[in-house]
Ligand binder design. Structure first.
Ligand code: PSU
Ligand code: MN
Length: 301
């Protein structure tokens, strides 16, 4: 099994039973957000986690070493060019000494669980892609959410996925899906996908209690947090941009792991950059709720 290097700050917090929030690095790298929005996203997420009384722990592979928690010296690196690294890529990233493997949700969950962190904040999760009945494209994020003993906090998943099937998949995998102060499954840039969440929760304490009462030592759960209303985008405009981006994927033969970064970039372009402030706002909000949940779990231990 691979080794993981936990930063001093994170290791100390964990040893003292204090709240820690793991974060993925793809969102902060060139793959997730353009500069300087990515640097702003990292700063805002870290600040809000600390303000809520938790310690942020960015996950990544640097020079072939899996890291949980990064020092100030690595912040610039986190926001630079990276290779996308899902759970299955971790062994290769270490073996080949990748300079910078940026964690997706699945990879971040593996590192978080390994370090003993029980809450993870991201922007949006991957899911079942439209047309998955033909392509088989189901993000590894879903199995990781279900099987890593971590609460994943996200603004739902992007509408370019098949959200109904994504929820079905999580049901089959046995992962609780909780809606943060909402009955609706959010759709990243918008507060509702039109689909219901199985369970609404209204406090961090309830999430902590559900986590404590998990049915398997390795059961994870998804906490879906809607983007704040003031930051949400217009659904019709988004859907038009999404359809165009997906058609372009098809024409250009873009497949597999390349689809998500391609579609994200096209949406940003099509919304004249309006998607960027929305992305930052929801990532920050998720980090804040994740920190509250981490504090509630730490207090109940
Ligand atoms: N969805 C977003 N933004 C992202 C991603 C997903 O709105 O940056 C990234 C996350 O790192 C997620 C990954 O874990 O894409 C999923 O990729 P795939 O669909 O190839 O599994
Ligand atoms: Mn995929």
């Amino acid at each position: 099994m691979f080794e993981v290097n936990v930063s001093d700050e994170v290791a100390t917090a964990l040893a003292e039973g204090r709240a820690v929030v793991a974060m993925e690095s793809t969102i902060f790298s060139h793959l997730g957000l353009p500069s300087p929005a990515n640097e702003e996203a990292l700063a805002r997420c870290e600040t809000v986690v600390r303000a809520a009384g938790a310690v942020p722990a960015v996950t990544a592979v640097f020079d072939g070493v899996a890291q949980v928690g990064i020092g100030d010296g690595s912040r610039e690196r986190v926001c630079g060019p990276a290779k996308k690294m899902a759970e299955r890529d971790i062994p290769v990233a270490i073996a080949q000494r990748w300079e910078y493997g940026a964690t997706t949700v699945s990879a971040a969950l593996v590192l978080a669980e390994r370090a003993g962190i029980n809450v993870f904040a991201t922007g949006g999760i991957g899911g079942v892609h439209r047309g998955a009945e033909l392509t088989g494209d189901v993000s590894a994020d879903l199995d990781a959410i279900a099987r890593r003993a971590v609460v994943t906090v996200s603004a739902g998943a992007k509408a370019f996925l098949d959200l109904a099937r994504t929820l079905e998949y999580l049901e089959t995998a046995g992962a609780p899906v909780l809606g943060w102060q909402t009955d609706d499954f959010p759709a990243f840039y918008t507060q509702s996908s039109g689909l219901n969440v199985p369970h609404r929760v209204d406090s961090a304490e309830v999430v902590a209690a559900a986590y404590r009462n998990r049915t398997r030592a390795d059961q994870g759960m998804l906490l879906a947090v809607p983007i704040p209303a003031a930051d949400s985008l217009d659904a019709d405009r988004l859907n038009a941009a999404l359809s165009a981006a997906l058609a372009e994927c098809e024409q250009q033969g873009i497949r597999g792991a390349a689809i998500t970064p391609f579609v994200l970039e096209r949406i940003a372009a099509a919304t004249d950059g309006d998607s960027l402030p929305a992305n930052l706002a929801l990532a920050e909000h998720n980090a804040e709720i994740a920190a509250k949940v981490a504090v509630a779990i730490a207090q109940s231990n």
